[in-house]
Design a protein around this ligand. Structure first.
Ligand SMILES: [Zn+2]
Ligand SMILES: [Zn+2]
Length: 362
């Protein structure tokens, strides 16, 4: 006769951290971040505790501290990170590929936490889960303090897509995977659902990290790609990410700038698809010329975040054919986590690198 192990509901595993974890808490516009020490966490059964190796500052973090995007405070910002598993809850957790996660695994993870059970999750839209959580976006409290990437540790909850990453890739390549790379992958994949990209003409608006990454992904799928951006510093990068100039109207337009929706809709060829990427909003509404969309048989698709499988595919790209592109150079500046306020100023400045990196304990 077997033994039945009964665990009390709501059981949590206490993990002490020596030295304490550090989280940089944003308390509102115009205030410097506050540093808090977190001496321990209580892990729910499916939780995973990760020690941050590097986090990167995404444009949406900059928008939040500038007050251009509302956020509940106090808040630990940051949702682009690579780290290492240092503890799990009693039930353990699996990576997206189904293999159990082990202490020491180097991982990236989704910005969203989803329930897997609601109608939207079941329909393949976990990023629109009815019980959605988001790292770097939720007020500290209900799920502890380690809820964003601008911290020495992050407490990952059950329902997070976690992807094991190769040791050989630099942290600067991997940290942006959980937002920029996976979003770019999802945008190109959305276009590829409608249109074989091999031989297609693809125009991308915006030479930020999402746009440049989408260029490299589309080029690797056989597309001719151009990237448009008003900023000459950014334009200087596009050739290194596989882009050149198109000699015909684009079959696919990916709007990754937030400022060229009108141009994207007007420029696409008859029968083409326009993919609007949601990581760059808020943006001003634009008038929609419905007759033009209809008569030109244009498809317009929105992309916001990505699925766990898309995150895994994005990482596989970085580890494979993506190695031909200078993703490591995207992080043009690396600072100590404690210098978060100066790092955010640097990330918001004209001529900023594609990403500013943050490393704990420096
Ligand atoms: Zn982001
Ligand atoms: Zn759900």
């Amino acid at each position: 006769m077997g033994t039945l192990l009964i665990r009390p509901p709501g059981h949590r595993r206490d993990v002490a951290l020596r030295p304490s974890a550090t989280a940089m808490v944003w308390i509102g516009e115009g205030h410097p971040h506050e540093t808090i020490a977190v001496p321990g966490v209580a892990l729910a059964d499916g939780d995973v505790l990760v020690a941050t190796e590097m986090s990167t500052i995404c444009g949406s973090d900059v928008h939040t501290v500038q007050g251009r995007r509302s956020a509940p405070v106090p808040l630990v910002l940051g949702h682009e990170s690579v780290g290492r598993v240092i503890a799990t809850g009693d039930a353990g957790a699996n990576a997206v590929d189904g293999a159990p996660l082990r202490i020491g695994d180097r991982v990236v993870w989704s910005v969203t936490v989803s329930c897997a059970g609601c109608d939207r999750c079941v329909q393949g839209m976990p990023q629109k889960c009815r019980n959605l959580g988001k790292y770097g976006h939720d007020r500290v409290g209900a799920h502890g303090d380690l809820t964003g990437a601008f911290a020495s540790h992050v407490q990952l909850r059950e329902g997070t897509a976690i992807v094991r990453v190769p040791e050989a890739l630099p942290a600067s390549v991997l940290a942006p995977a959980g937002c920029a790379t996976a979003t770019a992958w999802a945008a190109v994949a959305r276009a590829a659902r409608d249109r074989d990209l091999d031989g297609a003409a693809v125009r991308i608006h915006g030479a930020g990290l999402v746009g440049l990454t989408a260029a490299a992904i589309a080029a690797e799928q056989g597309a001719a790609v151009e990237v448009l951006d008003p900023n000459p510093d950014r334009r200087a990068l596009v050739a290194r990410f596989g882009a050149g100039e198109l000699d015909r109207d684009p079959d696919v337009v990916i709007e990754a700038s937030g400022h060229a929706v009108r141009e994207a809709l007007a420029g696409v060829a008859v029968g083409g698809i326009v993919v609007l990427v949601g990581s760059v909003f808020p943006a001003d509404p634009v008038p929609l010329d419905a007759e033009s969309i209809v008569r030109r048989l244009v498809t317009v698709a929105g992309i916001h975040n990505y699925t766990g499988d898309e995150l895994a595919e994005a990482v596989a790209f970085l580890a494979g054919r993506g190695r031909a592109y200078p993703f490591a150079d995207a992080v043009g500046s690396v600072r100590a986590l404690q210098d978060i306020d100066a790092a955010l100023v640097e990330a918001a400045a004209p001529g900023a690198p594609l990403r500013v990196g943050l490393i704990p304990g420096r």
